[in-house]
Design a protein around this ligand. Structure first.
Ligand SMILES: Cc1cc2nc3c(=O)[nH]c(=O)nc-3n(C[C@H](O)[C@H](O)[C@H](O)COP(=O)(O)OP(=O)(O)OC[C@H]3O[C@@H](n4cnc5c(N)ncnc54)[C@H](O)[C@@H]3O)c2cc1C
Length: 105
């Protein structure tokens, strides 16, 4: 089993599923997504609040309002995710990165 820190980009269906699975398998999970709440396209704020509590109670960190902008890597491995916030850029260092950003285009 793999232990470590996982960052997931995307707060939709796939991001939520992935977060739940990785957390259940012992990883420390952070979910980065630009909307105000999870599954904004489908959930009302009240529905999302229910799931967000379940997730945060399990130790999953949620970062709403965060858009992944770029990645940095070394020797063919992605190692840092850059998330610009209003006054600084948050750099995530992690052991595993999942892209669950939906259909882009
Ligand atoms: C009108 C419509 C009807 C549908 N009906 C059905 C149905 O009846 N049954 C069915 O099974 N499927 C249906 N689908 C398909 C289903 O919605 C998708 O398959 C599913 O939502 C895909 O989930 P996802 O998590 O991959 O993407 P999404 O739900 O699109 O989530 C992507 C997430 O990634 C985030 N993201 C994107 N870029 C970044 C970035 N740079 N940084 C951080 N976060 C980012 C987005 O903001 C979002 O939070 C429908 C889709 C549409 C559009």
């Amino acid at each position: 089993m793999f232990w470590g820190q996982a960052t997931i980009v995307g707060g939709g269906y796939i991001g939520m599923e992935t977060a739940a699975c990785l957390s259940k398998n012992g990883l420390e999970v952070t979910l980065v997504f630009p909307e105000k709440h999870l599954m904004e396209r489908l959930f009302t704020a009240e529905m999302a609040a229910f799931y967000e509590k379940v997730y945060t109670d399990k130790g999953i960190k949620l970062l709403p309002g965060s858009l992944a902008a770029s990645f940095e890597g070394k020797d063919g491995h992605v190692s840092t995710l850059n998330v610009p916030l209003p006054f600084f850029v948050l750099d995530f260092i992690y052991d595993a990165l999942w892209l669950a950003a939906g259909l882009v285009g």
